[in-house]
Design a protein around this ligand. Structure first.
Ligand code: OOG
Ligand code: NI
Length: 447
């Protein structure tokens, strides 16, 4: 076994290689990374307690690394092969997201590490969307798109061979893993040379710009990467000073004492030159940069409250106004760890304090009472997944004014899983298990 490089190490090498490639391809993304680093450094300098906490958790060295990226694919075979590819890096499909509700003809999952250990080492995820060709209502165009997709292979032969080798051996040597990362990168590289002529591109783009993005290129280019920021409001405010055009509003919950779920914002996708078949030239808008700030994972009860308040707050076009409105509406969402725990709105991971180790829990003692006595420490579990309303907002910000609302929204998790060739894991079950296991490790049976 030990002559194989660990899946966690392969994932880290892959995410670093992808970052280097993307900064070269999209220089503005490099500028965003610099801005994020400066804001993070400033936050740490201004907040010694935060600095100490991150240092203790061994997080400082990984602070400015990417936390996620996103891709879009066209066929079941592509999705199923990606599942194999990401399995080599210890990433499994978690969650099902139906974006058709929001007028985006895709459904999605997140490939991500699952265990506490793997998440701590490197939580890098890839939000992966599958185009739903059945939502193109022009039948000849739908068939043309399917025919174009059937002709491409987005994986190199060597990448396929290394995935097969990984399946046979149960791992890859360091040299093979490096070759694998190198080959896998080819799948996500940008190609300015389109596989179609300008007329086909226009026809597909008129149906939906995302359809053209998925169908008209020889690979599934990475469309954004997302580092972690310690102060998303500040980065949003500073973007224009750095020549970066941010999307109108920060998605997700408002700024809070105890952060919950996920806040995200991005810069608008750049218009890039493309060469079509027959040599015509044009432009394509797909690639951008994003930042994220994560907080506590919510229980089904907490999530229902979040969804209700988010809908009540609505959305706006001015970020400051939108954030004020969100903050007002979210007064109904308790903002201290104790209430979140006692009202079972968020998931927690428990550990024994020194006092708790000296006086271990007895059967019948509840977690709540043990925390009150200082024998048990409860830390919020960080949300590792995505939010469909936020994801739709990110998609929409890049679709221009012409974004059509497509009401054909009908979730089809079964179709997605059939294409993937496996079920997606239920994220709530994963959080629940992590909370339960942490209690069991402390010898506590009652939450
Ligand atoms: C994915 C958009 C969703 C997120 O962070 O919610 C996403 C895409 O544009 O392909 O990445
Ligand atoms: Ni994203």
């Amino acid at each position: 076994m030990d002559h194989f490089l660990s899946a966690d190490a392969i994932r880290t090498r892959f995410s670093q290689a992808m970052s280097a490639m993307y900064q070269q391809e999209v220089p503005q993304y490099g500028t965003l990374m610099e801005l994020v680093q400066q804001v993070n450094a400033r936050c740490l300098a201004d907040n010694p307690a935060l600095h100490a906490r991150l240092e203790a958790a061994d997080e400082l060295s990984r602070l400015n690394l990417e936390r996620h990226g996103a891709i879009r694919v066209g066929t079941a075979q592509e999705l199923a092969t990606l599942r194999q590819m990401f399995a080599v890096m210890g990433m499994a499909p978690v969650g099902y997201y139906d974006l058709s509700q929001a007028g985006v003809p895709v459904h999605s999952t997140a490939f991500r590490p699952v265990s506490d250990e793997a998440l701590r080492r490197n939580p890098f995820r890839i939000f992966t969307s599958l185009l739903r060709l059945e939502l193109i209502d022009d039948i000849p165009l739908r068939e043309k798109a399917a025919a174009i997709l059937a002709q491409r292979d987005i994986f190199t032969p060597r990448c396929r061979a290394l995935m097969a080798q990984h399946q046979q051996q149960g791992g890859l040597s360091e040299a093979d893993a490096d070759a694998f990362v190198h080959e896998a990168l080819e799948t996500f590289r940008w190609h300015a040379l389109s596989t179609v002529d300008s007329a086909d591109y226009q026809a597909l783009s008129q149906q939906h710009r995302l359809i053209a993005d998925v169908v008209c290129f020889p690979g599934c280019h990475i469309n954004h990467l997302t580092p972690r920021t310690l102060d998303i409001d500040r980065v949003q405010a500073l973007m224009p000073d750095y020549g970066i055009d941010p999307k109108a509003v920060i998605e997700g919950p408002p700024r809070r004492e105890v952060p919950i779920l996920l806040r995200q914002t991005s810069f608008k996708a750049l218009e890039e030159p493309v060469i079509f078949q027959q040599g015509e030239t044009g432009t394509h808008t797909a690639r951008f940069g994003e930042i994220e700030q994560r907080g506590a994972a919510l229980t089904p009860k907490g999530r229902a409250l979040y969804d209700r308040l988010l809908a009540e707050a609505g959305t706006g076009t001015d970020n400051q106004q939108h954030q004020r409105r969100l903050s007002e509406v979210f007064r109904a969402f308790p903002d201290d760890e104790r209430s979140l725990r006692e009202q079972q709105l968020a998931w927690f991971s428990y550990r024994l304090s020194e006092q708790g180790a000296a006086q271990p829990p007895q059967s019948g003692e509840s977690a709540g009472a043990l925390v009150e006595q200082g024998r048990l420490i409860a830390d919020p579990i960080i949300y590792e997944d995505f939010l469909p309303v936020s994801a739709a907002g990110i998609f929409q910000s890049n679709l221009g004014d012409k974004a059509q609302a497509r009401s054909a929204g009908n979730a089809s998790r079964a179709d997605f899983e059939a294409a993937l060739g496996a079920p997606v894991q239920d994220e709530m079950a994963l959080y629940e298990a992590r909370q339960r296991q942490s209690l069991a490790r402390c010898g506590v049976s009652e939450a």
